[in-house]
Design a protein around this ligand. Structure first.
Ligand code: ATP
Length: 438
């Protein structure tokens, strides 16, 4: 794991938040390559929901909401609290479900009895810090969807079954954040809420778990690193009728990456009760009025990011090329799916001491830049530059060499096979669009 973390920092994927001040509370910043890759993940999810499925619409709700929302949802009561244990000696705090003995894992001191710890992060709006001004940073994005159920239903003239998809930030005052960006206090969720008739809930629960698994597989995640775990009833969240976790085999063990829940009518019936608005759905054909059941798929953009990084990371001892001095080095290869890779194309002049070659390569770079996320690199030997691109998962490298100056062709080099192919510059945009599927 430490190698992945160090690559992420060294190559501009992820930095610790406020690093020059010693970091802050397990928060992270996504650097130049990180932001591209995270945007790619979010786009892949968004396209999957909005383009590949029917009857799903999007939403971008505010992070700050009326505190009444969190009363209705159960987040302010015991429902959204972890059991916390504190060490009597060193006062470190741990999640009770992660403690295996009666002793503090840090100093072996005695532990206090577990107590509930609410994970909502409190804040205040307006000039006064009093009860009336209290608000919370949302702990899950889906509440914005439930409170807009009626707005969306009416404005989009939808019929059950339909879905609402949303990507956005969520905040939890986690007791034990950690494992890099696996569990942080500020993170992004990608959530689909699927509204259906109660009699169809089981069928859609099964349908969506298969769809979600397929999404990860289609983006290249290895099958053997994914599994589905039924969540036993006593461990299910307070709102769930049925729950399962999609898990990934991280270097630190099998862990949840996405939760799939049958939330029943918990959310809409509670929001009806607390707001006084009847949020039941009226079926024009059957004349039935009912609370739809909600099937939720709740994944994390940051956690998926870590999945893609871990799954793609490879170290090749001795290097892949046997013709250069690199033979004795360890080469890093990031085998990211082309849709996820932060840089799609790198343009490289074979050498940089030939002005005509540099000029030509820069022209190619300018030609491609409006179409693809591109990088130009002329520093170091060509082999070293290929490895630098392999390390960040760049899908294709384009090299301008002496032949380019004669016949307006260049080579495309494929990251995973290192195979090279010669193409005409005039055909380049179309060829790349086809290869990269953009
Ligand atoms: P965990 O027990 O691992 O903290 P959870 O069961 O509380 O997760 P859910 O409430 O089901 O998680 O959230 C859905 C998804 O949101 C998770 O599968 C994960 O991808 C993401 N997520 C939740 N909490 C965090 C966090 N603290 N940091 C990063 N991602 C998170």
């Amino acid at each position: 794991m430490s190698k992945i973390i160090s690559l992420a920092k060294r190559r501009g994927f992820i930095f610790q938040s406020s690093e020059i001040y010693g970091g802050f509370g397990s928060c992270y910043d996504f650097g130049p390559l990180g932001v591209e890759m995270k945007n790619n993940i979010k786009k892949a999810w968004w396209d999957e929901m909005i383009k590949n499925h029917e009857n799903i619409v999007g939403l971008d709700a505010a992070i700050l909401m009326s505190p009444k929302v969190w009363q209705a949802s159960g987040h302010l009561t015991a429902g959204f609290a972890d059991e916390l244990v504190e060490c009597k000696s060193c006062h470190k705090r741990f999640r009770a479900d992660e403690i295996k003995s009666q002793k503090c894992p840090e100093c072996s001191g005695p532990l206090m009895t577990p107590r509930k710890f609410n994970l909502m992060i409190k804040s205040f709006v307006g000039p006064l810090e009093d009860e009336a001004a209290t608000t919370y940073l949302r702990a899950e994005t889906c509440q914005g969807i439930y409170v807009n159920f009626e707005n969306i239903l009416n404005s989009m003239r939808l019929k059950i079954p339909f879905g609402i998809a949303q990507i956005g930030k969520a905040f939890r005052n986690e007791i034990t954040p950690g494992d890099f960006i696996f569990r942080t206090r500020e993170f992004e969720q990608m959530e689909l809420q699927w509204f259906c008739h109660p009699k169809d809930a089981k069928r859609y629960f099964d349908f969506w778990q298969k769809e979600r698994l397929k999404w990860y597989l289609n983006l290249g995640i290895k099958k053997e690193n994914l599994r589905i775990k039924e969540v036993p009833e006593k461990e299910q969240p307070h709102y769930a009728k049925q729950a399962l976790d999609l898990e990934y085999k991280f270097p630190f063990g099998w862990k949840e990456i996405e939760g799939i829940h049958n939330r029943g009518d918990w959310d809409l019936s509670n929001h009806s009760k607390y707001s006084g608005k009847d949020l039941r759905y009226f079926d024009e054909e059957t004349k039935e009025r009912y609370f739809p059941y909600i099937i939720e798929t709740s994944g994390g953009a940051d956690r998926s990011f870590l999945v893609f990084l871990c799954d793609a990371f490879q170290e090749v001892k001795g290097g892949r090329t046997k013709t250069t001095k690199a033979v004795k080095e360890i080469e890093i290869l990031l085998k990211l799916h082309k849709d996820v890779a932060p840089i799609k194309v790198a343009v490289l002049p074979l050498v940089r001491n030939k002005p005509e070659l540099v000029k030509k390569a820069k022209e190619v770079y300018q030609l491609l830049k409006p179409h693809f996320v591109c990088q130009y690199d002329e520093l170091g030997s060509i082999g070293r530059r290929y490895r630098r691109q392999d390390e960040v998962g760049t899908t294709l490298c384009l090299t301008c060499d002496f032949e380019t100056l004669k016949d307006e062709t260049l080579t495309i080099r494929y990251r995973d096979t290192m195979k090279q192919e010669r193409v005409k510059i005039s055909d380049l945009i179309n060829i790349l669009k086809e290869k990269l599927n953009v």
